[in-house]
Design a protein around this ligand. Structure first.
Ligand SMILES: NC(=O)C1=CN([C@@H]2O[C@H](COP(=O)(O)OP(=O)(O)OC[C@H]3O[C@@H](n4cnc5c(N)ncnc54)[C@H](OP(=O)(O)O)[C@@H]3O)[C@@H](O)[C@H]2O)C=CC1
Ligand SMILES: Nc1nc(=O)c2c([nH]1)NC[C@@H]1CN(c3ccc(C(=O)N[C@@H](CCC(=O)O)C(=O)O)cc3)C=[N+]21
Length: 293
């Protein structure tokens, strides 16, 4: 039987419709949730992502401000901007698009962002709170994946979740969030030996490596839940995931497509985090509960 396809685009649209109402209720209280995205350099893929974030913010009535800086910007200059944004009470969320040019330390920049405005959830304080299972800003891509699993009623407890990829923004945090929900978690990466041994055991397989069509039906377990995070642009301009969707969908029980899978959910959770930041900064306590434990 063919897998259930988890349409991230549709789920994202439903959630954003609810967020639009939340934002207009906040407006009535004089609170204007606002996101500032900082892009350093001219990477075309990054520019297209940040434009997507800006469009999505505007669509739900949220203020969004894109600050574009040249690739030659120094670490000191970027730190100066972050300091200014940290102290600007009209800014609720700060997102510095990654990757940064190699002369700027991502760790130093991420640590400079006020944890109260860390809507990406990458600050060590946010990561620490997430690991401890405390309320915090959850990183958007893993948060989006957990929301998709929950919406489909897919249980995590007791399942073997195999994560392919161990990046700061996807692999590491999704494994931790699945662990918090009582999955048994295995991390695989480029040094993993006999990768297929682990893949065959995965009840839930999360793939985030950035290699087009790396995983095929041969490597997955019958009825696995397959979450494809990869975004790979082919020479013909089309976008594909890390999973060979056409073959994998015949073996999986649930699968996310690319595009219209995890990507739109990432942006949605960023909006959710920005609303949460605006609420917290204005001491509005109702509503915005974390969807993950
Ligand atoms: N849909 C969305 O919302 C998002 C999509 N993405 C996409 O997800 C993909 C991954 O991005 P990101 O998490 O930033 O990844 P990174 O490029 O930062 O890291 C890639 C990870 O994959 C591992 N890896 C690479 N090749 C292999 C291989 N052949 N076998 C096993 N492991 C491998 C690396 O291992 P090692 O650590 O050993 O080097 C590393 O841990 C990209 O396509 C990106 O565009 C990213 C963020 C959000
Ligand atoms: N500080 C920071 N935070 C991030 O969250 C972050 C980042 N840096 N750097 C890069 C990655 C990548 N990322 C994506 C978000 C949405 C889509 C998305 O919406 N994709 C659409 C298609 C996009 C298209 O058509 O180009 C989809 O999958 O349907 C993709 C990728 C966020 N990232």
């Amino acid at each position: 039987m063919s897998a259930h396809i988890i349409n991230g685009r549709e789920l994202a649209d439903d959630l954003r419709a609810q967020m639009k109402d939340e934002v207009s209720k906040l407006h009535e209280q004089g609170i204007y949730p606002s996101l500032t995205v900082v892009l350093v350099g001219e990477n075309p893929a990054s520019l297209s992502y940040v434009k997507g974030k800006e469009r999505a913010s505007k669509k739900i009535g949220m203020h969004s401000n894109l600050i574009q800086l040249p690739a030659s910007t120094s670490e000191q200059q970027l730190l100066g901007l972050i300091d200014q944004l940290n102290n600007d009470t009209t800014v609720h969320g700060i997102l510095v698009q990654l990757p940064l040019p190699s002369h700027i330390s991502e760790d130093i920049i991420i640590e400079a962002i006020s944890p109260a405005k860390d809507v990406d959830g990458f600050h060590p304080i946010s990561i620490g709170r997430m690991i401890a299972g405390k309320d915090t800003f959850l990183p958007c891509t893993p948060y989006g994946i957990m929301t998709m699993l929950d919406e489909k009623g897919i249980t995590v407890e007791g399942k073997h979740a195999v994560i392919l990829g161990r990046s700061r923004i996807v692999g590491k945090p999704i494994g931790q969030m699945l662990l918090n929900r009582h999955a048994t978690v295995t991390y695989c990466h480029s040094r993993t030996k006999q990768l297929d041994r682990y893949l065959q055991q995965a009840d839930i397989l999360i793939v985030a490596i950035g290699q087009a069509h790396f995983i095929t039906d041969k490597q997955i377990k019958e009825d696995a839940v397959v979450i494809d995070v990869g975004i790979n642009r082919l020479e013909d301009g089309s976008i594909v995931g890390d999973v060979d969707f056409d073959s994998a969908k015949e073996k999986a029980s649930y699968i996310t497509p690319v595009p219209k899978g995890v990507g739109p959910m990432t942006i949605t959770m960023l909006l959710q985090n920005t609303i949460k930041a605006a609420r917290q900064m204005n001491q509005v306590t109702n509503g915005s509960t974390s969807r993950d434990g």
